[in-house]
Ligand binder design. Structure first.
Ligand code: COA
Ligand code: AMP
Length: 636
């Protein structure tokens, strides 16, 4: 493999912008292609051009088969460590390939073919990775739905993706609680207009479920039968530009956006990132502590490490309470992980439980080289604490579901740049990151503005939204012509470092999970007693932000405000899911508005966060802000 020399960031990044095709053609040599690209970048196709146009490839082949053939058959590919079941399960590359070949054959028996969509609604079990790779093997397009989402959210994804098949499980495990998946799956299929032809259900020993006759099939039986019959589906060649997966993410409405990831660009960018950004070599043990339901899990539990030939740890558990705040250190030391990728919220939770880092010193962390943080802004106190305790570099890096990999980070493999706490450092190759004003004009260094990426974006970034080119163009490309809009605000400093300070839309980040307050408002507004509402993210010491809903009740409502508040909290959990962490609803007589009727969310947030605020000149009635302040007393 080409390992770029250290200390070369500026040269490498400049080259990637000067000669993008040359740069990515060279990176593409790390991938096994069935047919090479006819054009490295074709500007004439798609919404803004496509990478590796005309190339034929298979992602699963690059993640498994080539490593088995190339001497890694006996190396552990996937290491599942569950603190919730107290089990550790290891799959070598050869074993994982066998599982994937068999499941892919089962899928073909169900009639699943190239281009068909398959939904996974699964907990953090190795079978989920097997199913993702089996889809990739036969060219089916997977869409993983995070287990913390409720039936209605799953239903909207079923309706959009129209899957032929759904993989699910009897249950997921949360500390002290078994999450029954099957009733949620049944309800989602009932709600959805599009019905899958079949469901394959993994029965977990912690809680079984009844299978629906004629629709559901037992995973273990199908697997055993396929393995006994020696079934092994070969890799189906797909175009580099064919979709590998769809991953739904929150947009500014309750309707999620289906981010499309292609095969070729994704392979090339993820492979490049594993050493050059994360500093991990093939054969080393890498741990990404996310969930396969999020993009971070797709890219760095499943695809990145396997494409690279590393060992990937998949962890079922939490940073604290399973059993204690030493869980992460136990996993690193027991499996000799060289790097961990997690969200700052996990470190805030650990720091709260073990501020002196006593549990850290109980473990041998000599293998551990680097901590990577993403998913939300890494707040400087958390970064400083982690640096002091772990005595390794702590690297914040910024990315989005849409990009599939890092936009700005600190490239360990190229030679780290000095860390500035609060900044994810510098743009990765292929990303020209600009900060612009409302007229799409770049602003001077140090000036806040909208962060945008000059088109074309590098490989792996979304080419479009699933079957919605127009929505893609409208949501991302129209506001700043020639650019992709990240919807993040911030600035670049004199050294070119990127500072990402917050979203420009209604997205909030709760424990590293991306959620739409607009979507939550739609749910609150559906309550029969609610006349008006506003949801905004307020500061939380552990989760960064949590949603807080303000309600104005309809005239003549006989229920107490307390009862309505409890009902809307339950409603959000039921319709959106527990992951929203929506626990605070406050009834007020009126919402503060401008004279033109716009709710003053920014001012309410400042009051709730205890930050200084100024009376907006356009406010309709200044007294309402005092009422909000009074209503918040004792609640936040
Ligand atoms: N299935 C069902 N429910 C789920 C779930 C799943 N897969 N994942 C989370 N939930 C539930 C939780 O049980 C919790 O429910 P509760 O309200 O009944 O307690 C709720 O959703 C919120 O979960 P979570 O966000 O995990 O919060 P938590 O309070 O349980 O734990 C942290 C807090 C900080 C420990 C946890 O959020 C964490 O580890 N975050 C790190 C995330 C990360 O590493 N991301 C990777 C980078 S993107
Ligand atoms: P998601 O699509 O769920 O990965 O969320 C992406 C959003 O999370 C980004 O648009 C940012 O708002 C935020 N985010 C992710 N990583 C960072 C980071 N390192 N610094 C600041 N914000 C981040």
């Amino acid at each position: 493999m080409t390992i770029l020399q250290t200390g070369r960031y500026h040269e490498v990044h400049a080259r990637s912008l000067r000669d993008p095709e040359g740069f990515w053609a060279e990176a593409a040599r790390e991938i096994d292609w069935i047919e090479p690209a006819k054009q490295i970048f074709d500007p004439a196709v798609g919404t803004y051009g496509r990478w590796f146009s005309g190339a034929v490839v298979n992602t699963c082949y690059n993640a498994l088969d080539r490593h088995v053939a190339g001497g890694r058959a006996g190396q552990v590919a996937l290491l599942h460590d569950s603190t919730l079941t107290n089990t550790i399960t290891k799959f070598t590359y050869a074993e994982l390939l066998k599982e994937v070949q068999a499941l892919a054959a089962v899928m073909q028996d169900f009639g699943v073919a190239k281009g068909d969509r398959v939904i996974l609604y699964m907990p953090m079990v190795p079978e989920a990775v097997v199913a993702m790779l089996a889809c990739a093997r036969i060219g089916a397009v997977h869409s993983v739905v995070f287990g913390g989402f409720a039936a209605k959210e799953l239903a909207s994804r079923i309706d959009d993706a129209k899957p032929k098949l759904i993989f699910s499980a009897s249950c997921g495990l949360e500390p002290g609680r078994i999450v029954q998946y099957k009733p949620l799956l049944d309800e989602a299929i009932r709600l959805a207009g599009a019905k899958p032809e079949a469901c394959i259900i993994l029965q977990r020993p912690q809680h079984g479920c009844e299978l629906t006759a004629g629709r559901d099939h037992d995973w273990a039986t199908l697997r055993r039968t396929a393995l006994d019959a020696g079934k092994a589906a070969p890799c189906v060649p797909v175009l580099a530009t064919d979709p590998l997966y769809i991953l739904y993410t929150s947009g500014t409405t309750g309707v999620p956006k289906g981010v499309v990831r292609d095969n070729g660009g994704h392979l090339v960018a993820l492979k490049w990132s594993m050493y050059n950004l994360y500093g991990v070599k093939p054969g080393e043990v890498w741990w990404c502590g996310s969930d396969i339901g999020w993009v971070v899990g797709h890219s760095y539990i499943v695809y990145g490490p396997l494409i690279h030939g590393a060992t990937s740890i998949m962890y079922e558990g939490k940073p604290v309470g399973t059993p204690d705040a030493g869980a992460f250190w136990r996993v690193i030391s027991e499996h000799r992980a060289v790097a961990l990728f997690t969200a700052p919220t996990a470190f805030r939770a650990i720091k709260k439980e073990d501020p002196e880092g006593r549990l850290i010193r109980k473990y041998d962390l000599s293998s551990f080289r680097t901590l990577f943080l993403a998913g939300e802004r890494a707040d400087p106190p958390t970064v400083e604490w982690a640096e002091q305790q772990l005595k390794v570099p702590v690297i914040d890096h910024w990315w989005q579901t849409e990009t599939g990999w890092c936009i700005a980070g600190n490239p360990v493999g190229l030679g780290m740049l000095p860390v500035k706490h609060g900044s994810p450092t510098v743009p990765m190759p292929g990303y020209q990151v600009d900060v612009v004003d409302e007229a799409a004009k770049p602003v001077p260094a140090g000036t806040m503005g909208s962060i945008v990426i000059k088109l074309p974006m590098p490989p792996a970034c979304l080419p479009t939204l699933w079957q919605q080119d127009d929505r893609f163009k409208e949501a991302y490309l129209s506001e700043f012509p020639g650019y992709y809009k990240t919807s993040d605000a911030g600035y670049r400093d004199q050294d070119g470092y990127v500072w990402v300070m917050g979203r420009t839309d209604d997205i909030i980040n709760v424990a590293g999970h991306r959620l739409s307050t607009g979507g939550m408002e739609e749910i609150l507004a559906s309550h029969p007693d609610v006349a008006e509402c506003a949801v905004l993210g307020i500061k939380d010491n552990i989760k960064g932000e949590v949603p807080c809903g303000f309600l104005v009740l309809k005239a003549g409502v006989s229920k107490s405000p307390d009862d309505v508040e409890k009902e809307v909290v339950a409603l959000v959990r039921d319709k959106l899911g527990p992951v929203a962490a929506f626990k605070l609803a406050i009834t007020v007589a009126r919402l503060p508005k401008t004279r033109s009727g716009k709710i003053l969310r920014g001012t309410i947030k400042k009051i709730a966060d205890g930050e200084p605020w100024t009376m907006p000149a356009t406010i309709e009635d200044p007294k309402v802000l005092d009422e909000i302040g009074d209503a918040l007393k004792g609640k936040v």
